[in-house]
Design a protein around this ligand. Structure first.
Ligand code: 5AD
Length: 347
C-alpha cells in the first residue's frame, strides 16, 4: 500500500486525470476497487444526511445557498424537527447522522450542543457535523458533547481560484480549522468540486495530493453543476486546461483518492448521482468510493436545500429499503452495519 501511495506522484496523477485513455482508466478504477476492498472492506457505509438549515452568511460564487440568492425558500429546522429526524434515521438503521447547514449564525453553539447531547444519549449513533467554519472553542465543546466527525470541504486548493470564488474567506483559515479538528480528536473530512470554471488539471492533482498530506479521514468530491441563480452561472469555458465535470473525470478522481489515501471513507456524492442519473453512483462505488449519504431531511425542506438545480437526493427514509436493495444489486457489495468510524489499515 505504501508503495502504491508513492507511485501516484504529481505527474502520474496529472497523467491519469488529463491524458489516460479509456483502457488505462478502467485499470485505474479496478485497482482502486481492489484497494478499497483490502483497506475498508466490502461494506457500503450509509450516512443519514440531515440538512438542518439552508440559511448562509457566505457568498460563494457557485452555491445556491449563498447569501443574497432570492430564488430559494429559506428554512431552519427547529429542535424537535432535528431530533425527530435523527430518531427516524436511527430506527431506519443508520449508524451516523450528518447534521449539515449553510454558515448560519442563528444555529448557536448552545443550540447545537444540546442537540448533539440529546442524539447521542438516545441513540447509538455517530454524529457528524458539517456546519461551516467555527471557532476552535466551539468545535472542542461540540466534540465534548459527543460529535465525532466534521466535514469541511476545501473546495479547491488553487489559491487564486479559491480567492475568486470565496469573497471574504481565507484558504489558510480553512486549513487551520482542518488541523484543529484533527488535534481535537475529530475524524475530519474534506472535498473539492470537480470542473469549477477556471480549475486546471494541475490544481485538481494538487487537491488529491492535499487529501493525502492532510491525512483526512473522509473525502467527498462531486462534479460542479452550474446554478443559474449564482454569479458563476454557466460560465464554464472549454479549453485544454479546464477540468471537465464529466463522469470519467469524477470516477478518475474517486479512484485516485482511494489509491493515494488507502483507508479513508470516500463518498459517492449526491451531485454524482444527479449528473449521471443514478448509474454514476454505482460506478463510483466500484471505483474506490465506499460511502453513500441518503437524505433524511423531512419534506418539504429536503427539496429546498437547493445548492444546484435538478438535485436528486437519495431518499433515505421512504426509499431506504429500495435503496439498500438497489445498492447491493447494482454493485455486488454489502451494506455495512455499525457506526463506520475510520479504521486504520496497515497493509
Ligand atoms: N455544484 C456542485 N456542488 C456544489 N456545492 C456548492 N455549490 C455547488 C454547485 N454549484 C457543494 C460545495 C459545498 C457544498 C455546500 O456543496 O462543495 O461545500
Amino acid at each position: 500500500m505504501r508503495s502504491m501511495k508513492s507511485f501516484f506522484d504529481r505527474d502520474r496523477i496529472i497523467y491519469f486525470l488529463r491524458d489516460a485513455d479509456a483502457g488505462e482508466r478502467r485499470m485505474l478504477y479496478a485497482t482502486a476497487d481492489t484497494v478499497r476492498r483490502e483497506c475498508v472492506g466490502d461494506g457500503i457505509h450509509l450516512r443519514a444526511l440531515l440538512n438542518i438549515s439552508n440559511c448562509c452568511d457566505r457568498a460563494c460564487l457557485y452555491c445556491g445557498l449563498r447569501a443574497g440568492n432570492k430564488n430559494i425558500t429559506r428554512y431552519r429546522l427547529d429542535r424537535k424537527q432535528i431530533v425527530d429526524a435523527a430518531g427516524r434515521a436511527a430506527r431506519e438503521g443508520y449508524g451516523t447522522v450528518v447534521m449539515q447547514s449553510g454558515e448560519d449564525p442563528v444555529l448557536t453553539p448552545e443550540f447545537i450542543s444540546s442537540i448533539i447531547r440529546e442524539i447521542v444519549s438516545r441513540h447509538d449513533m455517530a454524529v457528524t457535523l458539517s456546519l461551516g467554519e467555527r471557532p476552535r472553542e466551539v468545535l472542542r465543546q461540540w466534540y465534548d458533547d459527543g460529535a465525532s466527525r466534521y466535514l469541511l470541504k476545501h473546495e479547491t486548493s488553487d489559491l487564486v481560484l479559491y480567492g475568486r470564488l470565496h469573497p471574504g474567506m481565507s484558504f489558510t483559515a480553512r486549513m487551520e480549522m482542518l488541523s484543529s479538528l484533527k488535534e481535537i480528536g475529530y475524524q475530519a473530512g474534506s472535498g473539492v468540486m470537480i470542473g469549477l470554471p477556471g480549475q486546471t488539471w494541475e490544481s485538481l492533482a494538487g487537491d488529491i495530493m492535499l487529501f493525502r498530506d492532510l491525512d483526512v479521514d473522509m473525502i467527498g468530491c462531486g462534479p460542479y453543476i452550474a446554478n443559474p441563480h449564482t454569479p458563476l452561472g454557466g460560465t464554464s469555458k472549454k479549453d485544454g486546461n479546464q477540468v471537465s465535470a464529466d463522469e470519467q473525470t469524477v470516477l478518475t478522481v474517486t479512484a485516485l483518492n482511494r489509491l493515494v489515501t488507502g483507508d479513508t471513507h470516500i463518498a459517492a456524492t449526491t451531485a454524482t448521482k444527479t449528473l449521471y442519473s443514478g448509474g454514476g453512483l454505482y460506478r463510483a462505488l466500484r471505483s474506490g468510493a465506499n460511502v453513500v449519504m441518503p437524505d433524511v431531511t423531512p419534506s418539504p425542506f429536503r427539496d429546498q436545500y437547493l445548492i444546484y438545480p435538478g438535485k436528486e437526493p437519495v431518499d433515505g427514509i421512504a426509499g431506504a429499503a429500495e435503496l439498500r436493495a438497489e445498492l447491493k444489486k447494482q454493485t455486488g457489495l454489502e451494506i455495512a452495519g455499525g457506526r463506520g468510524d475510520r479504521v486504520r489499515c496497515h497493509s
